[in-house]
Design a protein around this ligand. Structure first.
Ligand code: CA
Length: 427
């Protein structure tokens, strides 16, 4: 449904998450800002070279299809008249990330103290709306706020690409044209309906937009007008956005009053061959096998179906996850993504960081620490652009140079060891 994909890859014993721009490109996966792209790595097909001259004839061919999907001819003409293709999005479509993010790096930046503090401020600011949303949709409001925080950093980052430009380009070039045409037509419908103005419709390269980074098709299916102004506005209305996320989770099967899951402790010598989110077994059977809550207290009995998730293998944190975890997973089909949302929701409710350390001697960096690292890199003369806490290609190149100078292994990864070494050494 969305496009971002934190995806867990368990090769070589280390869980990793491919890091890429927005890549929700499939029915259930929505393209979005934190995207991870296993996907893109597969099935690259030969595509004709992008020839800008083909754009106008392509649009002309699309018009009858759009009309068949409910876009009026007049709206199509009006909304596409000034479109110019943006070939940059084709590079993003085909981008195959060489850098894979370990789950501890992924979570360190998505669920840091800063996002917890920001989320609590938002909970306070929007408490009345959240109360009303929870009452209508019967979903956990902290989880809704957590989705908002991860999707758009509470409305601070929508993505800047004009959606009609990106989606029309992807409809005429590249290897997923059929999929993007559907999203393009849906985006035209959204603008034509007056829900969101074309100039406000910006987002990730693949078409996710607004506070909650819905794809256009998801918007048409699930967005709601919660503030009753007659428009479903996921760009300009926080109440609409929060309620639409709640509606999504409800439709994905959220069960009020049930937990997503929790961290557990495994007995020594535990046979983890039954692990897996999908491999649900009654809680009582995990209990019988010696699994306890992380503080050692009993799980309790009952037949609630629970899956054992070991996102970094048997030496890292272990979780039992229930149906509500699957509802979050439905928002963006990646277990690392769902864990980030679930954990952030817990932290917003006063929960603690995971008790079990990740199996690494070099933990990941929060966004504050990433900005600190970027400042240190700039002080050493690296031209990495602005200090934004986002580690792009330029930052990674600079990190490699510093790793070489320091005698660290040269992998472009930013962890605690590198940050400490740079703080301790004079430029
Ligand atoms: Ca509204």
């Amino acid at each position: 449904m969305k496009s971002r994909f934190p995806t867990i890859n368990t090769d070589a014993g280390a869980t990793s998450v491919a890091q890429a721009p927005a890549n929700k490109v499939h029915g259930r996966l929505k393209p979005s800002l934190v995207a991870i792209a296993l996907f893109l790595a597969s099935a690259a097909q030969a595509a004709p070279a992008p020839d800008p001259a083909r754009f106008a004839p392509c649009l002309a061919e699309l018009k009858p299809d759009a009309q068949g999907r409910g876009v009026s001819g007049a709206a199509f003409d009006r909304l596409t008249a000034s479109l110019v293709p943006d070939m940059k999005v084709l590079e993003l479509l085909d981008y195959q990330p060489e850098f894979r993010t370990a789950i501890w790096d992924y979570l360190a930046a998505l669920v840091d103290d800063e996002r917890v503090a920001d989320g609590r401020a938002m909970q306070a600011q929007w408490s009345e709306v959240l109360k009303a949303v929870a009452a209508r949709y019967r979903v956990d409001p902290a989880t809704v706020v957590a989705v908002w925080g991860v999707e758009s950093n509470f409305g601070r980052n929508f993505g800047a690409r004009p959606l009609l430009t990106s989606l029309s380009t992807l409809s005429c070039y590249g290897r997923r044209q059929a999929y993007f045409r559907g999203e393009f037509f849906d985006a035209l419908k959204i603008v034509d309906s007056g829900d969101v103005k074309a100039e406000q419709l910006t987002g990730s390269w693949a078409g996710a937009f607004g506070h909650t980074q819905f794809m256009p098709s998801t918007f048409l299916r699930l967005a709601v007008d919660f503030d009753d102004d007659g428009r479903r506005d996921l760009v300009g209305s926080v109440p609409d956005a929060l309620a639409s996320t709640a509606n999504f989770l409800k439709k994905a099967g959220w069960r009020e009053g049930e937990p997503w899951g929790y961290e557990v402790r495994l007995p020594s010598g535990f046979d983890a061959s039954n692990a897996g989110r999908r491999n649900k077994q009654p809680l009582a059977s995990w209990s019988a096998r010696g699994v306890t809550r992380i503080d050692g207290s009993p799980l309790g009995g009952g037949d609630a179906p629970a899956g054992l998730m070991l996102p970094a293998g048997p030496r890292g944190p272990a979780f039992l996850v229930f149906r509500n975890f699957d509802a979050i997973y439905g928002y963006n089909a990646a277990e690392s993504y769902a864990l980030a949302i679930a954990h952030l929701a817990d932290r917003l409710k006063g929960g603690q960081p995971f008790a079990t350390p990740w199996p690494t001697d070099d933990p990941g960096l929060s966004r504050v620490e990433r900005r600190e690292l970027q400042t240190l890199l700039i002080a050493r003369g690296h031209a990495i652009g602005s200090v934004d806490g986002m580690l792009g290609d330029a930052s990674r190149s600079a990190i490699r140079v510093e790793q070489q100078r320091l005698g660290h292994s040269i992998d472009g990864r930013a962890g605690q060891k590198l940050l400490t070494a740079l703080k301790d050494s004079r430029p």
